[in-house]
Write a protein that binds this ligand. Structure first.
Ligand code: SAM
Length: 257
């Protein structure tokens, strides 16, 4: 069962996290620098040109946020997928990562990251860790990321992958992300990386006023990428960013397993 707003622990969980937010900028910058040096060690330049061509294609396709383009050019996507697929890593396509799940295509990762309009200080909730790629991209752009994955094996692999890249500002939890992760909230931004039938209310309620959620919602054959902004305690505004195609968001406030 999700922790709900009327449960006594709800406000306590949110308050504790507001109170415990410290200066996060240092860990952001350290996180980003460490990612770069760890990548250099893991990559030895083998895919540098492929990544820079990917960045050019993303830019031509309308990604304008320089920080997002830099992050996309930095994270070694090939290290987050099975080695037999490394040759495909920098094409704009989703790829299998096991357990019937996929790593999202770089184009949609860049679009969704740009739609979050990040400035660097944010605490972000990601629902659907998968390979850890989106979390790695976010790690260099924000203060901290809390990422929730329902499949334990994927959560475990993603943690290993991010440790290899020395990403220190991403926390991964196993669980049903349709309930959000209230004990670490509220969040400045929320990114949902699996497609749900509708916006999950408990997740929306973990968004700070002024914060934004981006994710795919709607019927399976007609998913739309939505951007939702919390206007005040009760009101949310919604913008449609276009059609998309994601694997199912499965859980109490998503599709049935
Ligand atoms: N962000 C991932 C990446 O960069 O590799 C891609 C995510 S993949 C398209 C969607 C992920 O959402 C899958 O790993 C799936 O298991 C996960 N998922 C689906 N429903 C979920 C839920 N209720 N809570 C947490 N994760 C969920």
């Amino acid at each position: 069962m999700c922790l709900r707003p009327k449960d006594p622990q709800w406000n306590q969980a949110l308050d504790d996290n507001v109170a415990s937010q410290g200066p996060q900028g240092l860990s952001l910058r350290l996180g980003g620098m460490r990612v770069k040096s760890a990548i250099y060690a893991a990559d030895r330049g083998r895919f540098t040109r492929s990544r820079s061509r990917l960045v050019s294609r993303l830019s031509e396709a309308g990604i304008e946020d320089e920080r997002v383009l830099e992050a996309m050019g930095t994270v070694p996507r090939h290290t987050l997928i099975p080695e037999v697929l490394w040759g495909e890593a920098y094409k704009d396509q989703a790829l299998p990562i096991g357990e019937g799940q996929t790593i999202s295509a770089p184009g949609i990762v860049a679009r969704m990251t740009q739609a979050l309009a990040l400035t660097g200080d944010e605490r972000v909730l990601e629902i659907g860790t998968g390979s850890g790629y989106q979390a790695a991209v976010l790690s260099g752009l924000v203060a901290s990321v809390v990422s929730v994955e329902r499949i334990p094996q994927l959560a475990h692999e993603a943690r290993k992958n991010l440790d290899t890249l020395q990403v220190t500002n991403v926390t991964i939890h196993e669980g049903d992300g349709t309930c959000g992760w209230p004990s670490s909230g509220p969040y400045d931004r929320i990114l949902v990386t699996a497609g749900g039938p509708e916006l999950p209310e408990p997740v929306l309620l973990q968004l700070k006023v002024g914060g934004a959620l981006v994710g795919p919602f709607g019927p399976r054959d007609a998913q739309q990428l939505l951007r939702v902004v919390r206007q005040d305690q009760k009101r949310f505004s919604q913008q449609t960013l276009g059609a998309c195609n994601f694997v199912d968001l499965i859980g109490e406030h998503g599709w049935a397993a």
